[in-house]
Write a protein that binds this ligand. Structure first.
Ligand SMILES: NC(=O)C1=CN([C@@H]2O[C@H](COP(=O)(O)OP(=O)(O)OC[C@H]3O[C@@H](n4cnc5c(N)ncnc54)[C@H](O)[C@@H]3O)[C@@H](O)[C@H]2O)C=CC1
Ligand SMILES: NCC(=O)COP(=O)(O)O
Length: 328
């Protein structure tokens, strides 16, 4: 029996809705072996709290089955302190990062075909003494990848970010010709490879109001963004912009765009989430392995309540399986 497509899934913050999402995933049959990187007792306790019958199967690299509905394969990683649903505890910050470290390592070793991540709480990880700004940056660092790109995708819209989890005050300095060039090249390559678009058209936002209004409201467009786009256009890339971010997200442009590049997190993601919160998937472009994730956070207010929407997590798993099979 050959090995099934094998996906590492990290639930993220154990006091958040991540464990609930894993239990929801286990209700379905997947065309892959989902392996949950988590504490098995914590997972069993959450299933009891939710009134769900769950059979936990210990992960073994020789295991060939794809779990049936009601079964969950768990790669056991022990929590450091007991978990109370809804109550964040920095005592488990190291545990959360350890689940990510192991999932990354297994993917780098080629033992897994992709990683799908549930939501982590960046604040509580930092409170635990681990410097951490997000999965995107963490996986880039762990895999020695200099440049990666965060993309969130929903039906009819893909948004990529030139900068990710940095304070707004640092954004202008981070918008350099080098970064814009690398981000667009990664987008162009991955839109072809991962999304099957032969000649991607990328629409690019300006940084400043009205894309700088000819330099009267900021000069990053004139000094950095436009010259970089012109250089890339001269090499055949199909780029439009920089356009004002307040008018770029309209059908006139989006109908022609394979992706939109926003300059910073809250320029692009509110639009994406307004269109498709709960039905979007976060994909890291440029990594040496496939990584997808949910579009939402830890939602600690709902942990253990049974009132959790699993739509984005299912999309993240489906996208990872699709990309993994395509790669295989
Ligand atoms: N992929 C990741 O690891 C992400 C992590 N976060 C982290 O999550 C933490 C909390 O962030 P918030 O801004 O409060 O955003 P959040 O997404 O956790 O919650 C925002 C609102 O949406 C609701 N919500 C979120 N996901 C839901 C779901 N699946 N089903 C039903 N309702 C849901 C919550 O109950 C809350 O009312 C932060 O520490 C943030 O860094 C945020 C986004 C992504
Ligand atoms: N807003 C997206 C987000 O915070 C998730 O980022 P990452 O943890 O996937 O890097």
């Amino acid at each position: 029996m050959s090995q099934p497509t094998r996906i590492a899934v990290t639930p993220g913050e154990p006091a958040g809705i991540g464990p609930d999402l894993m239990i929801k995933l286990a209700k379905h049959e997947w065309d892959a072996q989902l392996v949950i990187f988590a504490d098995r007792e914590m997972m069993a306790q959450r299933a009891v709290a939710l009134g769900v019958d769950l059979e936990i199967i210990p992960y073994d690299s020789e295991l060939k089955i794809t779990p049936q509905p009601g079964q969950m394969v768990v790669h056991h990683i022990p929590t450091n302190v007991p978990v109370v649903a809804g109550k964040l505890d920095s005592g488990n910050g190291q545990y959360v990062v350890e689940t990510l470290r192991q999932a990354c390592e297994e993917n780098m070793l080629g033992n897994f075909d992709a990683v799908v991540t549930g939501p982590v709480h960046k604040g509580i990880i930092n409170k635990a003494g681990v410097s951490f700004s997000g999965h995107t940056e963490y996986f880039a660092q762990q895999s020695n990848t200099a440049d990666v790109v965060m993309m969130l995708a929903t039906d009819g819209l893909r948004v990529c970010l030139a900068t990710t989890h940095i304070p707004l005050a640092y954004v202008s300095k981070a918008i350099t010709p080098e970064r814009i060039e690398k981000v667009i090249r990664i987008m162009n390559t991955d839109l072809k490879l991962k999304f099957g678009i032969a000649e991607p058209t990328i629409y690019v936002c300006g940084l400043n109001p009205h894309a700088g209004e000819d330099g009267h409201l900021g000069t990053e467009e004139i000094q950095v963004i436009t010259p970089t786009l012109d250089m890339l256009r001269s090499q055949g890339l199909k780029l439009v912009g920089p356009l004002p971010a307040d008018t770029i997200f309209q059908p006139k442009y989006l109908d022609k765009a394979d992706a939109v590049l926003a300059m910073y997190h809250d320029q692009g993601l509110p639009v994406l989430k307004f269109k498709g919160f709960g039905n979007s998937v976060n994909i890291t472009l440029g990594l040496p392995f496939i990584r997808t994730s949910v579009d939402h956070g830890t939602a600690a207010d709902l942990a253990g309540s049974g009132d959790v929407d699993c739509g984005s997590m299912k999309r993240a798993v489906n996208k990872a399986i699709k990309l993994a099979k395509k790669k295989q």
